[in-house]
Write a protein that binds this ligand. Sequence first.
Ligand SMILES: Nc1ncnc2c1ncn2[C@@H]1O[C@H](COP(=O)(O)OP(=O)(O)OP(=O)(O)O)[C@@H](O)[C@H]1O
Ligand SMILES: [Mg+2]
Length: 517
Amino acid sequence: MDKKIFIGGGGPDYGEKQGLALGYANRHGLIAGATGTGKTVTLQILAEGFSAAGVPVFLADVKGDLSGLAKSGSAEAKLHDAFTSRAAKIGFDDYGYAAFPVTFWDLFGAQGHPVRTTVAEMGPLLLARLLELTEAQEGILNIAFRVADEDGLPLLDLKDLQALLVWLGENRAELSLRYGNLSVASIGAIQRRLLVLENQGGAGLFGEPALDLADLMRCDGDGRGRINILAADTLMAAPGLYATFLLWLLSELFEELPEVGDPDKPKLVFFFDEAHLLFDDAPKALVDKVEQVARLIRSKGVGVYFITQSPADIPEDILGQLGNRVQHALRAFTARDRKNLRLAAETYRENPRFSTEEAIREVGVGEAVTSMLEKKGVPGVVERTLIRPPSSQLGPITEDERKALLAASDMAGKYDNPLDRQSACEILAQRAADAAQAAAQAEAQEEEMEPAQREYNSARRYTGTRVTRSTSRSTRSTRSTAQEFGSALTQVVIKELKGTTGRRIVRGILGGLFKAR
Ligand SMILES: Nc1ncnc2c1ncn2[C@@H]1O[C@H](COP(=O)(O)OP(=O)(O)OP(=O)(O)O)[C@@H](O)[C@H]1O
Ligand SMILES: [Mg+2]
């Protein structure tokens, strides 16, 4: 329980070692502070510490400056002297430079291995939030997922969902009887939202091979945890996509990982940079769910650390769960700043040596007011801590260095090439082709008939009852053609259904974890 990650020096002369206890690292954390106060470097040294302790890390690199984790720092670097004197001041005797095992990921597949999930795995609730759908539109999306499940239409990428929506529109008269009203306007609205998502580059997120969570939880040959860096600089232009993806990842982790109680050290630590994006304009129900998942995911051994400028960016219920805190300097220009600062200070256990509020205002760059969980998970008395210097390179690696790392990565073969297997889009196209062929055949047969017979048939066709019956029969025959076609795909579809059914049951238990409205 006592193993700690070294974070810096506290006490009157910064000589008292401060650490984050690995046994409580799954009780979450906060890194806050104004621009340029040292948040990113703190994230960097925490990632180094976790990795060295054998804990895999996932982090989003918002400004592109964390790729340096993959490369050793250097005595030639500009800040070498500053780093070594800082290390000496805090009693960091074995300070040295080192590179860490990094895997790069990118939703757009440019700066890292592509991260994908399937539409089915994302589920209607998160997708509705991602697309900012209204309640009526969300209802239609739910129907689409039902139909896909019942008809064995795997929803893998956006094309599948688009094709299914077209099919729903075409067959809405029949489907409305079973599922309720399917308005063309709402279907059209969803299609337009899907186009917007495509234009934001979201299409790349959906497809296969989908991310295997186990690939985020690996260690290297020396037992160091892998640091997974998600390129998030372009993602920032699409904050909805960013937030939804990270929420999806958290919910998947929650669903797939076993309970571990209180582990010696976390299974994975997750750093959520620019955390305010998650909560800006978020409906109360969503905030509640994030609060809930944060509370529950702890017992799966996952620690979540939020990084943001002001603690006020984070809803109170969630803030209350962030046990390990590194508070860099906050500004106090406006009355509101001062109020936030006072509120931030109030959440700490006072240190008789100084005023917390003043300390938060005064701490220098790379210095912070810290409080970590101690024995029995009680927050420690607040300290003024000079944060340790990083061992890896400060600032980004070059494009060539990144390319070399990507090419050498063992994830390249697994994810770099997309896979396009038979799914809803192709099956529906086949259905339409089969129906067209059946119609052409019927027409050809009719051509061969005697004129009298043809006349009799066409008269029959124009009586009301016959029309409905023949329509329903033709739909049924299209269905059965699709089913026959489907049986050729039995292996694929059964595999898919097994997967989704299992997941659906888990999602059911969660009761719509991320239902946004
Ligand atoms: N622990 C540290 N050891 C040594 N130098 C540090 C440390 N923390 C911060 N610095 C110095 O301060 C600079 C700014 O820190 P950093 O980039 O972490 O700030 P930030 O809070 O992330 O800023 P922004 O809000 O702009 O992202 C660093 O480039 C580095 O020179
Ligand atoms: Mg930063």
